[in-house]
Design a protein. Structure first.
Length: 588
């Protein structure tokens, strides 16, 4: 997603390695020392830990032995199956793991050049909108000469243990990885966008059509190099890591390592036979307790939906215009929920239950111009996991609401489609919480028209008026017996708001609003209705309105009139309108 890379905590790998080689000393990371502070935030609970370098654990250490594989990972004495499952998925994608493990050939132990070894490694994770290059030394925690945490099948393979150490450094300590969300790790490894799928809510086990549609989505994500994880929800503490009769484990993150349509039969029979099996393959980070049903390691997708409750799809967003696949436009916005006493400056309004402050949350606007357009929104929050002093913290529950609107208080933008309102779910104690929003959008920051150098010459708005065109009835086109395809245009001081076309009806429900900041309070507001035609649109009638400050917001049903010199003449049809005008420019 991003090409630039930032050094985590300012540590430059190449500089540090060069200094070590020049001094002849192996690297010891002062930012993540070989002490209990790097292991725990609540005190040592596993006994005496000895930090050892790989060469102290075996004679011939390597990053990779016979390449990289999902089977290289085994979870240690840490409840981080979510991280290990994500690593298993990562290992199956060469283009992805080479981003996380850069320059892997240069980092590999070289038996022919022992002097090139400096005890330093670096890995990369996508953190809050940018790739971070994380430097570590290769001292690993051991008990009785065995690695305490993540390890490989091969005793001389260390890529998984070193990646885990770098990830623990980012989060503050190893214990901070005890319990987490696979989606976080998948995003950190790819810079992609995670999508949770609730298999229970979607009734995937019983709805065959929905299940087949889901399989196609999962297959597409897999075939386009996305990462996938799944789990069986544990509803009680006793349920955590409980083993089912079928061999699956509750509350446990599994890595999906393959998704395929398998044709039945052999040779030409398989080619011509239309029947196929939908298959999915998963891996348990424990490396044991496998599915005991049909197909062994692989599982039929029907069985998968029967047992599993949650699925996480991590999509890679393709922004290349040279790609044969669908491409996306992307925009990344950063911001904070900031609480201030001044309502106009407050940006922490709480959830929709707080109606008086909800609209004070950060707002972003984006356009949906075509029916077939898709919008993918990813909202992330800076993690608060662990520091040696503060211990493990909890993030706020956050969310967003999407509203389709026809007009905004955007001053230079009078017409659009959708607004995203970002909301912290918890109001109490919410002062400043950072977030990142990934979508093609722009932020709405003004509550009233800005004061500029031209204000003195051109004037500044004195009133704000909201015009709500509700509906019309009795419209009549050229064919007096037929319905019309009508739309309405609201005009005030040169600004216009146009509604979508309401097709094939003489009584359209327009429900369109326009907000106008008015410098000339005595100038009229015009509302015109037109019939949409292939060659030229035809005028169906209008109303001309004046609105005084602080009038009651009443509904008016008015006769349509002609225009020009005939504007006193009635035209068939009625228009229902609501108006509200205020001298306080932030009232609407």
């Amino acid at each position: 997603m991003f090409t630039s890379v930032k050094a985590f905590e300012g540590q430059q790998y190449s500089t540090l390695k060069r200094q070590c080689l020049q001094s002849g000393l192996l690297f010891e990371d002062p930012r993540f020392p070989a002490t209990d502070d790097s292991l725990f935030y609540q005190g040592n609970r596993i006994g005496r830990v000895v930090w050892k370098r790989p060469r102290e654990l075996c004679e011939d250490p390597h990053l990779f032995v016979d390449g990289i594989s999902a089977h290289d990972l085994h979870q240690g004495q840490l409840g981080n199956c979510w991280f290990v499952a994500a690593c298993s998925s990562l290992a199956s994608r060469e283009s992805l793991w080479q981003k996380v493990i850069p320059d892997w050939k240069e980092q590999e132990w070289d038996t022919e050049k022992p002097d090139s070894y400096a005890g330093i490694f670096h890995f990369r994770f996508w953190r809050f909108g940018e790739w971070m290059d994380v430097v570590i030394d290769d001292r690993l925690p051991t008990v009785d000469n065995q690695l305490v945490y993540c390890h490989s099948n091969d005793s001389n393979e260390f890529w998984s243990a070193l990646v885990e150490k770098a990830y623990a450094k980012v989060y503050g300590c190893y214990e901070a990885l005890d319990g987490g969300n696979t989606a976080d790790a998948l995003v950190d490894f790819t810079g992609g966008v995670s999508e949770p799928v609730d298999l229970l809510e979607g009734q995937m086990a019983t709805d065959e059509v929905a299940r087949n549609q889901l399989f196609e989505r999962v297959l597409k994500v897999h075939n386009r190099d996305g990462l996938i994880s799944c789990s069986i929800r544990a509803t009680t503490v006793e349920d955590m890591e409980a083993r089912l009769d079928c061999g699956l484990v509750k509350g446990h993150a599994y890595a999906v390592t393959d998704v395929r349509k398998v044709r039945l039969g052999h040779g030409l029979l398989a080619f011509f036979k239309s029947e196929k099996l939908h298959m999915i393959r998963m891996r348990n980070p424990w490396g044991e307790k496998e599915w005991s049903g049909p197909w062994s390691d692989r599982m039929n997708f029907d069985d998968f939906c029967q047992y599993f409750t949650d699925l996480i799809l991590c999509r890679l967003i393709n922004t290349s215009y040279l790609s044969i696949h669908k491409t996306w436009e992307e925009e990344v916005m950063r911001g904070t929920w900031t609480h201030r006493q001044d309502p106009l400056r407050n940006r922490s309004g709480g959830c929709i239950n707080h109606k008086t402050t909800f609209l004070q949350n950060p707002q972003y606007v984006f356009d949906v111009k075509k029916v077939e357009d898709e919008v993918l929104i990813c909202l992330q929050q800076k993690e608060k996991r662990a520091t040696p002093k503060e211990g493990k913290g909890e993030n706020l529950a956050i969310g967003f609401d999407i509203h389709r609107v026809k007009t905004l208080k955007a001053f230079s933008e009078t017409e659009t489609e959708s607004v995203v309102l970002l909301e912290p779910k918890l109001v109490t104690g919410c002062k400043t919480k950072g977030f990142i929003l990934s979508s093609l959008c722009r932020e709405l920051t003004l509550d009233e028209p800005p004061q500029t150098c031209w204000t003195g010459m051109c004037g500044y708005p004195q009133l704000v008026t909201q015009v709500h065109v509700v509906s019309a009835e009795g419209l009549q086109g050229q064919d007096t017996n037929g319905a019309v395809d009508s739309y309405v245009i609201i005009t005030c001081e040169g600004e216009r708001v146009r509604s979508p076309v309401q097709k094939d009806t003489r009584c359209p429900n327009f429900d369109i609003k326009g907000v106008f900041y008015r410098k000339k309070p005595k100038e009229a507001i015009h509302i015109e209705i037109y019939n949409k035609n292939m060659i030229m649109d035809t005028f169906l009638g209008q109303v001309v309105l004046f609105s005084e400050p602080n009038e009651r917001q009443e509904q008016h049903t008015l006769h349509l009139r002609d225009k020009g010199s005939r504007q006193d003449n009635d035209i068939p049809g009625m228009l229902t309108v609501r108006l509200f005008t205020s001298t306080t420019l932030t009232n609407i």
